[in-house]
Design a binder for this molecule. Structure first.
Ligand code: DC
Length: 225
């Protein structure tokens, strides 16, 4: 089993961009579990499937895979890179539903654990249940939080959309609704895992948040120097 940094947190807390930057600094591989749930949601949307066992079976048949490319795992459906397609708003709207299906979660967890063994040095994995369920023995666990309006602002500017008060309010509401669905579901809900370091990034700039986690990782992995 390779070295694991687990980063969990609500939608828009900056997990994926942070995880990617931290992975780059440590020489680890980025493992974005949300992108994999999104790939399942995309495949399910295209086939109009809404039942967990069937979606998981479809994933085997297509197949849905994580492909190790340079320093990250990229989601693929039937050999096609879907890392852009999985960001589509219709996928975002559907993904909480698909991620709540136990058969889908079991399939995703298997793929994440298999992927981690392929990373040359270690992985920085981000999601909602990485430190609680997927890698409970992770060497370092981070729970990343930020105030909803701040998360909304970051999301809007990242997507190149207008960042006015009305848009922030609307995006905030959407994020909070998705958080509630992710936190209230029966299987592997969003929780702060035991032993996780809680990091509130509301007032932090990106570089600061990356530095903080890299510092914690250097303590957790003294061999990295
Ligand atoms: O981080 P994201 O927005 O790409 O995640 C997409 C969805 O997948 C999110 O609504 C919750 C779900 N998810 C999950 O249930 N467990 C994970 N480990 C990662 C994501």
């Amino acid at each position: 089993v390779s070295a694991v940094v687990a980063i969990d947190g609500p939608a828009g807390s900056g997990k994926s961009t942070t995880a990617r930057a931290v992975a780059g600094r440590l020489g680890f591989t980025h493992l974005d579990s949300g992108a994999l749930y999104r790939a399942f949601a995309l495949a399910a949307l295209e086939r109009e499937l809404d039942e967990g066992e069937r979606i998981a079976a479809l994933a085997d048949a297509l197949p849905i895979r994580l492909d190790l490319v340079d320093d990250r795992f990229r989601p693929e459906i039937a050999g096609v890179d879907v890392s852009q397609a999985v960001r589509r708003p219709d996928v975002t709207a559907r993904v909480s539903f698909v991620a709540a299906l136990p058969a889908v979660r079991a399939a995703v967890n298997r793929m994440l654990r298999a992927a981690a063994t392929l990373a040359p040095l270690g992985v920085v994995a981000d999601g909602r249940d990485i430190g609680s369920v997927v890698f409970p023995d992770a060497d370092l666990k981070i729970f990343l939080v930020a105030a909803a309006p701040e998360r909304a602002r970051r999301r809007l500017s990242q997507e190149g959309r207008a960042v006015d008060e009305a848009s922030i309010r609307r995006a905030s509401r959407e994020l909070l609704a998705r958080d509630a669905r992710d936190a209230e579901r029966a299987h592997a809900p969003l929780v702060q895992p035991p032993g996780a370091v809680r990091l509130d990034t509301t007032g932090m700039v990106f570089a600061e948040q990356v530095e903080t986690i890299v510092g914690l990782a250097r303590n957790a992995f003294p061999q990295l120097t």
